[in-house]
Ligand binder design. Structure first.
Ligand SMILES: [Zn+2]
Length: 144
């Protein structure tokens, strides 16, 4: 399993906003299923279940936030990932290929979303639930 630190991705070029941005790819339930069905080995990185996957994404965002970065999230797309791999002649992606995914994309800044959402806003994971009832870490506010 990759350590959280290895998942840190930075915007590659240009002046950095302050604080610097760390990109986090999140996988919707259907895209996560598509990924691990197509490449079962990626369960080691993505988690075997969608719940595990989104928990990892939330932990990663907390980690980068605690380290002075501003987390920005981008939706992952299995079909796009496969296309990017095919262009590089890769059929069976390694963990490194997956980690490189944000760098291979033409990053559309408008597709990025800020993290964390407001407590009462819809969760970033596309569950349809409020963030405070979904991926927001339990115990992160004493008043709940
Ligand atoms: Zn969620």
């Amino acid at each position: 399993m990759a350590s959280d630190e290895t998942l840190v991705r930075f915007l590659p070029d240009g002046p950095q906003p302050q604080p610097p941005v760390a990109l986090a790819v999140f996988w919707s339930r259907s895209e996560h299923r598509a990924m691990i069905t197509r490449w079962p080995r990626l369960t080691a990185v993505l988690g075997a279940t969608w719940d595990a996957c989104r928990q990892r994404t939330e932990r990663y965002c907390v980690l980068v936030d605690n380290n002075g970065f501003r987390a920005r999230q981008l939706p992952g797309n299995a079909g796009e990932f496969e296309t990017l791999l095919a262009a590089r002649g890769v059929a069976e992606p390694s963990e490194e290929d997956l980690l490189a995914y944000p760098d291979l994309r033409t990053v559309d800044v408008s597709a990025m979303t800020s993290w964390p959402p407001e407590r009462n806003a819809l969760c970033w994971c596309s569950s349809g639930a409020k963030y405070k009832r979904c991926c927001r870490p339990r115990g992160s506010a004493a008043s709940e």
